[in-house]
Design a protein around this ligand. Structure first.
Ligand code: ADQ
Length: 785
């Protein structure tokens, strides 16, 4: 095989006078055949066979190469053949020929050929641009028709924004489509759109596809509403055209300021982008959700990576992406606590009443991994980045009142990719007590008044221990009609008669989800329901347990960005035996512990409070310190427990590190560098740390409760099955017993240990499973009357 100069390929002449072309870097050189033949794919080794004939190739560096095989090719002119038969490069099986006259002639011909090619390419490009403009115009005109339909029956809030869009897009359409006959072709699916484009401009069209996908979802959403809805919504329209219901007017009296640049920045921006992108190959399959595709708005007080104090932030950052992967149009709404890098100001502003005061909000938006992240900006959220739930009970309550009031109208007011979600085929997913007001507002402000009639709400319980409790007088802060007091009132032996936000949310939501099957069961018991078990039992019909997943992009030892420096390394199932010990050594080094391969490292990560059972670890410390182990604890929370961590470290400096603080990087590194993760939680709705641990080959030892019981099957040494150790009550002796067995296995039964690690790593813990179950709940809510 001969290598030809700087060209990125080599070739062999074969005895049958065909040529074997090998592309060294597996990249296809630009080459053409005379006469033209379709290009052939490379095989996995980067080879392709070319039958005899004349052909011409151009490498990446545009060095030309003309070669010929020994048979003339039909359809190739004699002159051309002669030129081509005179190779410019030498290789096996080809004769070198030099003739000055011919060289001059060749050069001339080459130049002419090149000029012709350039002209042809220009013509092609102009044609592509014209086609592309036509196509976009046809998409727009079909969307505008759709918008018109929507405007005709939707409420004022929606219409104002959509009409802006229509005028904005109309003007662009006029600019570019004057020559397009009316009734021009309007493709009905994204894939159809893609197919109509020349392949080489396809990838630049991805963005258009994305936008079109969103618009198609909207169209679908609207068309799914039946005719009766339209006539009923005519009534809503009447309500809107007469102005807002009196209790709402204070909340929406500002004008919508829509940044025109934002709206114009729709499809044509993409059209004017690169036109000669490489071949399009990602023809999208139909959405996994099929006919169940919906508009989903997840509303949460925190959302990773922008804001996170615990598992809620992780879920809000990851579940929406999995729902989007199934084809839903998905938005996350969270407060803007700090100046986040990605989200941009949408230019939309609104005013809502909180405790009788006008509070202005604006909206920032980013489109990431298929999800619209919308952040609500207000002076009430500013600078709370490091203290999301800070302030007095009433401070937090007021922030959540503002947040929920604004969040429920985001689908009306905030254009995402140029188009608002609207309220058709829409479902909200509220999370924990902080946003449990949303289902109540949806009902009291809107649905009771004939608005958002087809919008549904789901409330997810991540932790029932926090309920938004207060004195009954707190009702005055939430700004609801008097008859709504009743659902908030709750009596229990602990709090007496009190105001309970979670209680009202559970009653108002169309469906309720909690984060594991075990916890769904526990919630119905007096021990597990924390006073709300009565309401949960009454609403059992709408409750479902769905085990959380994990974000495989953030929490995978193979791609973890926190394992790329300071001696850590990424690893996978294949490199477990080398990668994990390296992370362990790096962790020991970073924390100043003796670097020892043989000593088991036990990790703990979590809030320092009653729930997480830190006090059980404290009770077990004397026993643990009698063992040859290292213990690393990371957490923040109750000051007494924080102090305890510091004290442990001081007392056992050669064996314990107690890191008081919130550090995502350290959490990742402990997960990777530890051998064992301890989770003695008193209750644990799901628990994410044990899931992260297992996917990093770190073996969990857990109290078998809630989601921990669902996700950590106990090790069975006889069958070599299971994922870790469990103990059945929140008792330090039980913890010691389980941890003792775990340590024994670590030391004495290396093969079993590796089996545990590998089984943990091989599980599919991604959000995709959970998203499918959420979808069932979305659909159930949609058809809930
Ligand atoms: N000091 C620290 N520094 C850095 N990171 C820290 C940290 N302390 C905790 N974390 C991180 O916060 C998250 C905690 O998630 P968990 O699910 O374990 O508990 P949490 O009780 O907050 O969540 C609640 O909601 C989730 C989500 O539904 C349920 O799984 C759970 O059972 C329920 O209690 C993990 O990502 C963990 O790494």
């Amino acid at each position: 095989m001969a290598s030809i100069g700087p060209l990125p390929f080599t070739f062999d002449a074969k005895s049958d006078s065909s040529v074997l072309l090998h592309c060294a870097n597996n990249r296809w050189p630009r080459f053409s055949f005379f006469p033209y033949r379709p290009r052939k794919p490379l095989d996995s080794a980067g080879n392709t066979a070319i039958s005899s004939g004349c052909w011409k190739a151009t490498g990446e560096d545009n060095v030309g190469l003309s070669l010929s095989c020994d048979k003339p090719v039909r359809g190739c002119s004699r002159g051309r053949q002669r030129r081509l038969m005179r190779p410019k490069a030498t290789a096996n099986g080809f004769m070198e020929g030099k003739d000055k006259d011919n060289e001059v002639e060749d050069a001339l011909q080459d130049t002419i050929e090149k000029s012709k090619k350039v002209l042809a390419m220009q013509r092609d490009l102009l044609q592509q641009i014209a086609d592309r403009r036509k196509l976009v115009s046809s998409i727009k005109s079909s969307v505008i028709n759709q918008e018109d339909d929507e405007v005709s029956y939707k409420g004022r809030g929606n219409a104002s924004v959509n009409l802006d869009l229509v005028s904005a897009t109309n003007s662009t359409v006029d600019d570019h489509s004057s020559s397009i006959p009316s009734g021009n072709y309007a493709p009905s699916t994204v894939d159809e759109v893609a197919e109509t484009l020349p392949s080489y401009i396809g990838s630049g069209f991805d963005e258009v596809k994305k936008e079109y996908g969103k618009l198609a979802l909207l169209r679908k959403a609207s068309s799914e509403e039946d005719n009766s809805k339209q006539s009923e919504d005519a009534n809503s329209k009447a309500v809107w055209s007469d102005g807002l219901p009196s209790f709402l007017s204070s909340s929406s009296e500002s004008s919508t300021i829509v940044d025109e640049n934002h709206q114009n920045k729709t499809i044509l921006t993409e059209v004017d982008g690169e036109a000669n992108d490489p071949v399009i190959e990602d023809v999208k399959p139909p959405p996994l959700a099929g006919a169940n595709v919906m508009n989903v708005v997840l509303v949460a007080a925190e959302c990773a990576p922008w804001s996170k104090t615990g598992g809620l932030g992780d879920v809000a950052g990851a579940l929406p992406k999995a729902l989007a992967r199934r084809g839903h149009r998905v938005m996350v709404v969270a407060p803007r606590y700090g100046n986040y890098a990605e989200p941009q100001d949408t230019g939309v502003q609104k005013v809502y009443k909180v405790d009788g005061q006008d509070v202005e909000v604006s909206y920032f938006q980013a489109y990431i991994d298929g999800v619209d992240f919308v952040f609500i900006e207000s002076h009430m959220f500013q600078h709370m980045e490091h203290n999301i739930y800070g302030g007095t009970r009433v401070d937090i309550l007021k922030r959540m009142v503002l947040f929920c009031k604004a969040a429920v109208e985001v689908p009306w007011h905030v254009p995402c990719g140029g188009v608002c979600y609207g309220d058709g085929n829409l479902v909200f997913i509220a999370n924990d007590w902080h946003t449990a007001l949303l289902p109540v507002y949806l009902k009291a402000y809107y649905r009771d008044n004939g608005l958002m009639k087809y919008t549904r709400s789901i409330l997810v319980i991540h932790n029932i221990a926090h309920q938004g409790r207060g004195p009954v007088d707190d009702f005055a802060h939430v700004d609801l009609p008097e008859h709504y007091l009743e659902p908030f009132k709750l009596y229990d032996p602990v709090g007496g008669e009190h105001f309970n936000i979670f209680a009202a949310g559970l009653k108002a939501a169309d469906r309720v989800v909690t984060v594991s099957h075990g916890y769904a069961w526990e919630l119905k018991t007096s021990e597990g329901g924390w006073g709300l078990h009565g309401i949960i039992n009454e609403n059992d019909w709408k409750l479902k347990g769905i085990v959380n997943g994990i974000d495989m992009k953030d929490w995978s030892p193979q791609f973890d960005v926190y394992l790329t420096s300071d001696g850590y390394t990424n690893y996978s199932l294949e490199t477990l035996k080398t990668g994990k010990p390296q992370c362990k050594a790096a962790l020991q080094k970073e924390l100043g512990l003796p670097i020892r391969k043989d000593v088991p490292v036990i990790g703990f990560i979590g809030r320092l409070d009653h729930q997480k059972g830190v006090d059980l670890i404290a009770e077990a410390i004397p026993w643990m310190m009698s063992q040859d182990v290292q213990l690393i604890m990371l957490g923040t929370g109750r000051p007494d427990l924080e102090q305890m961590l510091r004290q442990f470290e001081n007392q056992h400096h050669d064996k314990i590190r107690g890191w008081v603080g919130f550090s995502v990087k350290t959490a990742h590194r402990i997960t990777a560098g530890s051998d064992i993760l301890l989770m003695p939680s008193r209750f644990e709705p799901c628990g994410l740390n044990q899931l992260y641990a297992m996917s990093y080959g770190t073996v969990p030892v857990v109290h078998a409760v809630g989601g921990l019981r669902d996700t950590v099957q106990p090790f069975d040494p006889f069958n070599e099955s299971g994922l870790g150790w469990t103990f059945d009550s929140a008792d330090a002796h039980k913890l010691i017993h389980a941890l003792g067995n775990c340590l024994l296995t670590y030391r004495e039964y290396k093969q079993s240990w590796e089996g545990l690690q590998r089984r943990g790593m091989m599980q599919d813990l991604s959000w995709d499973n959970a998203a499918q179950h959420y979808e069932e709940v979305l659909v159930a809510a949609k058809y809930q009357w």
